[in-house]
Write a protein that binds this ligand. Structure first.
Ligand code: FCB
Length: 448
């Protein structure tokens, strides 16, 4: 806590009352939103996702998505209006390097324009270098299963750093390496639809090596140019895990192992010295009931337990983010929540989610977690991978026919929070913890 001393108003006189009524966040806190290129830009024809979408009619097609590639100015103006001072975006590898070793300078210029526009608007860019998609040629050559993938990725990273480095302080090397390895190589839900433990492990290992080398490369380049020290991390899909039978050794052990794999293995395997911050994407928490190795079903579904869920069946559980943040204190690094949000058709639910997760983050900060920023997923409704356009994650809604942006009530709430760098107590009572939807209600209408 010593570090946080002096950040909050002193608890004397009139301040005391104010302090109790308002949940202040640390000064210079980043209030942002997050997107990824393929999910919002539209027309990303040269990557493996696009190719995969085209292969079957029944699959969702990203198509024009939110046309963010062309409409970024309008979107940045909306971010400004929302009081955002940060934005997490990703650059699309297949646009920048459509053929091996050939870089498209128009695409690079485009991203320079976007980032310049953000900086001009006082919005700090956090740039992700790999967010699930790969150029087609890279995928065709075996993608991340190949040892040479690391070298090829680094060539891309080097180019991006040379071209955009002067405009960017925060870099995310890889988004959710474990999710990518599992979804694409073990569960087989995402391209290239493989189901192999061996391949999943191999890919995961290559991502570990890729992160380490990208970290070194980025630092070395900034150092050489005598620029400010960059901040480099990877985004982790952090989950909170609980066991019903906490006293049973098997459950305890299982949770410890699962927690290590999900929340710590990448940091440990890359080495602690290869992270300038911890980037937390938080959506999930799991409860262990029985250990069934044969079916690989360990966790109880929220639906089964009649718990409150989002429109895509993910449980609403704000307390979980408090736990993961306190667990991450062990690394003694700044923490940024680089994704958190809900897919829902209900604005009441969206705002309650926002306010109640932020309240838990506030408490985690009070308890010593060095959280320095929060990025809501997402700025816009967008292409949610294999689920297509149906989930609505945006603070801004999108009419996919006209591409019109719709400012949702939650955006106005976010604006007030960002503006005041705090959550007023009335907001908590009215929109946050005051009202919860009874469990049985959450079962209706696709969990919404
Ligand atoms: C995260 C992904 C992001 C988005 C959200 C809902 O795991 O990083 O692209 O799909 O989930």
């Amino acid at each position: 806590m010593a570090k946080l001393k002096g950040i909050y108003p002193t608890l004397t006189g009139a301040n005391r009352l104010k302090f109790h009524r308002t949940l202040y966040f640390p000064p210079r806190f980043l209030w942002g939103t997050a997107t990824s290129a393929h999910q919002v830009e539209g027309g990303n024809r040269d990557n493996d996702w696009w190719a995969w979408e085209q292969r079957r009619k029944s699959r969702p097609h990203s198509g024009r998505a939110c046309d963010h590639y062309r409409r970024y100015r309008e979107d940045i103006a909306l971010m400004s209006a929302m009081g955002q001072n940060a934005y997490r975006l990703s650059v699309e590898w297949s646009r920048i390097e459509p053929q091996p070793g050939q870089f498209n300078h128009r695409a690079i210029e485009h991203y320079r324009d976007v980032i310049r526009a953000l900086n001009r608007a006082g919005i700090k860019p956090m740039v992700t270098l790999h967010h699930f998609t790969n150029p087609r040629w890279f995928a065709a050559a075996g993608g991340w299963t190949r040892r040479s993938s690391v070298r090829v990725y680094l060539r891309f990273v080097r180019t991006v750093i040379q071209e955009l480095g002067d405009l960017v302080e925060f870099w995310v090397t890889i988004n959710e390496p474990l999710v990518y390895s599992l979804q694409s190589y073990l569960v087989g839900l995402w391209p290239p639809n493989r189901k192999s433990y061996w391949l999943a492990l191999r890919v995961y290992w290559h991502l570990v090596v890729a992160h380490r080398r990208a970290y070194r490369e980025i630092h070395a380049y900034y150092h050489e140019r005598r620029w400010h020290r960059p901040k480099v991390g990877f985004a982790s899909n952090t989950v909170s895990l609980y066991a019903y039978q906490q006293h049973a050794i098997s459950s305890w052990l299982f949770i410890r192992v699962a927690d290590f794999i999900w929340n710590h293995s990448f940091i440990v395997m890359t080495g602690r010295g290869y992270h300038d911050f911890i980037a937390v994407n938080y959506y999930f928490h799991y409860r262990l009931k029985h250990i069934h190795f044969r079916t690989l079903r360990f966790f109880v579904e929220a639906r089964q337990e009649h718990r409150e869920m989002s429109g895509v069946g993910w449980e609403v559980y704000p307390q979980g983010i408090f736990d993961v943040l306190l667990d991450l204190r062990r690394y003694r690094l700044p923490i940024y929540i680089t994704e958190n949000g809900i897919a829902t058709a209900s604005e009441t639910k969206r705002t309650r989610y926002l306010v109640s997760y932020l309240k838990e983050i506030y408490h985690a900060i009070q308890a010593g977690a060095d959280v320095r920023g929060y990025f809501w997923w997402s700025l816009l409704d967008n292409f949610e991978w294999n689920l297509g356009f149906h989930p609505r994650f945006g603070l801004l809604g999108v009419n996919y026919r006209t591409q019109a942006r719709i400012v949702r009530p939650a955006a106005a709430i976010y604006q007030q929070i960002a503006h005041g760098n705090s959550i007023p107590h009335w907001m908590l009572k009215v929109l946050g913890h005051g009202v919860t939807i009874p469990a049985s209600r959450s079962l209706s209408a696709k969990g919404d």
